[in-house]
Design a protein around this ligand. Sequence first.
Ligand code: FAD
Length: 379
Amino acid sequence: MYISNQQLKPDIIIIGAGIIGLSIAYHILEADPQVSITILEKGKMLGVGSTGKGTGSIRYPFSSTLLRRLSLLSRDFFLNFESTFDTPIDYLEKGCLMLATHGGLWDQLQLTTEDAGTDRIPMRLLKQEELLKFFPYLHRDRFLGGILCPWDAYADPYAVLAALYAAVRRKGASVHFGREATKILIKGDTIEGVETSQGTILSHLIVNAAGPYAARFAATAGVTLPVQPYRRQVYVCTNPKDVPSATPLIVDMATGFYLHQEASGKVVLLGGTDQNTWPGFDDVVDKSEAENFFLTAVETIPSAMDIKWLRTYTGLCEQTPDFHPIIGEAPGLKGFFLANGFSGNGFMHAPAAGSIVADLILKGETEQVDINLFHLDRF
Ligand SMILES: Cc1cc2nc3c(=O)[nH]c(=O)nc-3n(C[C@H](O)[C@H](O)[C@H](O)COP(=O)(O)OP(=O)(O)OC[C@H]3O[C@@H](n4cnc5c(N)ncnc54)[C@H](O)[C@@H]3O)c2cc1C
């Protein structure tokens, strides 16, 4: 669908000022500074959604070609971020170490390495001896080996969000905090605007970037999105004493346990074992899981026994059944664009998502990906 500048000028309304909504706004305004954009955010301040809760990892070696593509499309944006936006985001390519405890997982890691090779993503396969030489703080008997991708990186999600926010404001977008979009207004088969907690705003073009709430918002227009929110619990702890600074993100594939070290090197975020929770918006911390969680942590890194547990928080992860995002125009509702269901990868894939949606809105097509593969129709 091609929309002329004249049609765009009245407004694009973006629902959600998380990383996806702001990246879309940024890419549209980069391509066409004349477009007028209104962003509605139900939170009272920036970063209250999933983006502010994320651990900020940027990864490449997905087994899915499509997810690798989104990572590769996002790479330059992160690499150049600090100079483009003149803002520190603690970007560091410290790698991600994926660990296998048994033959099946080891085979999986070898396949992932081969797949990454097809996209020239550098990978290192480490057998047990080598693994323990480089990472002596890992449990000595637990792991057969692991893979390390040196491109895998960390960036501070809130710093990226804040820089994007400042940039879109400078480019003229208006961002309304504490204003919830409650309903899409439709006349015949045309979008008229949105009803909000503070009155109606008219526009023929609406972008759903509502993160975990995307399905709820889409439902107000009769669009069914298979995007569900899952609670993820994060344990903030002191750094285990034998884990050096700038250590890679460590993931035990058998349990899902991960250790992410913050840029200071003094604090780690631990989590990942709650993969089997039920969908829902309840994000209350459940401390009853803590004992089992720390036992799992010690199985991966024995010195975790002595760390100090500082606090726990939760965030909601927006998931689709195939763990791939939905990007594109909603079937049967012209002007309603979706960028949802990033399934735990929304931070790292936000630059690609923003650029693709900008293409779709401004040019009616994109050459960056085969957009049909991301379409809602696939479900
Ligand atoms: C604990 C945790 C760790 C994670 N770690 C990583 C990671 O390391 N790397 C990675 O890539 N991803 C990670 N993720 C996933 C990532 O954070 C999300 O995929 C990403 O933030 C989604 O961005 P978003 O803009 O779609 O959602 P959000 O950041 O949630 O933004 C959506 C916004 O829309 C607003 N909103 C919703 N409904 C309405 C409405 N009706 N009207 C107005 N406003 C509305 C919300 O208030 C919210 O601010 C993690 C997620 C969690 C929970």
